[in-house]
Design a protein around this ligand. Sequence first.
Ligand code: SF4
Length: 688
Amino acid sequence: GLTSAHRPSATRTTCGYCGVGCALDVVTRDGEVTAVLPARDGPVNQGHACVKGRFAHGYLTSPERLTRPLLRRDGRLEPASWDQAIGEVARGLRAAVAAGGPDAVAAISSARATNEENYLVQKFMRVVVGTNNVDNCSRLCHSPSAAGLTASFGLSGGTDTFDDVERSDCLLVVGANPVEAHPVVGARLLRRVLHGAGLVVADPRAVGLALHADVHLRPRPGTNVALFHGLAHVLLAEDLIDEEFLRERATGLTELAALLDDYPPDRVADITGVPATDLVAAARLYGRARRPAILYGLGVTEHLHGTDGVRSLANLAILRGAVGTDRGHGVMPLRGQNNVQGASDMGALPDVLPGYGRVTDPAVRSRAEAVWGVPVPERPGLRIPGMFAAARAGELRALWVIGEDVCATDPDANQVTRALDTCPLVICDELFLSETARHADIVLPAASWLEKDGTFVNFDRRFQRVRPAVPPPGGTRADFAIVHAVASAMGTALGCATPAEALAECGRVAPVFAGLTHGRLDREGAVPWPCPDPGRPGEAKLYEERFATADGRAHLAAPPYLPPGEQPDDDYPLLLVTGRRWAHYNSGSMTRRGGNLTLDPVDFLDLHPGDALRYAVDDGVPVTVESRHGRARLIARISEQTAPGQVFCAIHFPGSGVNRLTSHHADTVTSCPEYKVTAVRVSGQPRR
Ligand code: SF4
């Protein structure tokens, strides 16, 4: 028989792909993962998981895994010891500060890393370097949610739990494709619809859920604000609003009502392309439901006016009194990355400390200073696009990129690469020699989520434990250990030696997390924040008594509709929308290294049959896609899923050059890139 060392064993952890936060039992034998099973008692997934969480673990043992630090010498990356690499990082950062001051250094933390790692990265930047130049990739996806939801309701997070969906009788799903991008959520939504809930899908594409929708609204990309105002217009015109709620618990109705006079269904139809009858039908479904819920994704946020989109979508829930009451289930952003909520909660942002207190607020700074023992810089730091601009301008002297392939995933990729090549010191923590790592001066081989200890926060604000199922391969280190080592090499002990201690310390800096500890999560499985008290449950549904705004009320917003950054014209007649597909995850660096590649082997450019005819493109042939910013090569796939005049491709095969196409346009409030609207042209090689 097997000795105990060879018997399979299972470790309970939380999926490291999307923000649903499925609990997984990872089965290992002889130190290798042999299976990943969805936990039947998983708080969110209840026995389900998708093709990413279950099967995309082959990357762990990929021969391409980095296992030694690399240092650039004479223009080439060469292997080095950890002592040499950490010494070089410390020397380089000290030199950058000496030459340009603390603000000449910046870090991009990771929404894939644990809360504890994000806490430590932002603490390192503020305490050791002395700058607020720290950001994370929520900048590129849900920063408009943080800004918009905070302005409308008071906190940066979904207002309700996903379990509430099971009680909802009408779902409004906007700019999201959960069947592919968040499959466990997609399945639960579908189950609810099959049990009788109404469904309105608003998305330019015929995404999976749209097949089951009572009404599918297909707005032109970039016209969301007009669409949401059109829905709000109908709610007001047909008296489908909650007057008592608006009187007692909201502000801004007079200004909004005046604005909505300009958005009758006919005018909205002209702007958005959505027939007025469909708009009215959708508003009636949402307006007449007993407990409606709104779920949305990056189709709302990744726009020039993404924050306005979030706020005008939140208006609908406020008008209906469907948030903070038992008459609805609020507004929930579907987060993309496993820990995009947590990375921001932990303060890996340039303008807020852990728990979202603003760095400009002396009371917030002094609470952190009491724990950290040093002054906290008060000037907000650079956002990610600002970091690249500062690097190109020669003002940034060192950039530490933690687990993010910015050269492949950030928009206008040619400009990102130029920024990295201009910056004198680029440090990169990575699993593989990514495009970003190739442009770095120091590459540090990192551990992955199946090898780490800590916590993630999922899309409905639940903290869950992350546990190492296998040890990190020899030569790699968790980001937590890397940041500690660099701090000590720079002469500062960061404290909080273990992830458990880091979360406990975070609770002292940010009281909203004070009731959360690893021990409690080990006992209870999942606990939502706000959770200020270790003896009480966290708040799953928010705002039942008051909103977290200064006046305790929900704030209606009245932003006018403004067009997107790019429009189709004679040179670039099509609009490109980018997004996700079911088998892969973001840049695909993990999901492409394993069996999932056989499920979804290449990236396609989806285009409508009419456009295929017009531009002489055959199904299955290579096409060149060009925008004002760059060029990509993809395989054409003719599909009615995409509307006429639009094309779609995923972001999982960056080698095709997708993000060389996308533009520099970004949300005017948060700098979130406008990935969802790029004017392009397509030329194919028609089959003879
Ligand atoms: Fe669940 Fe998302 Fe992981 Fe799939 S990728 S198993 S839906 S957390």
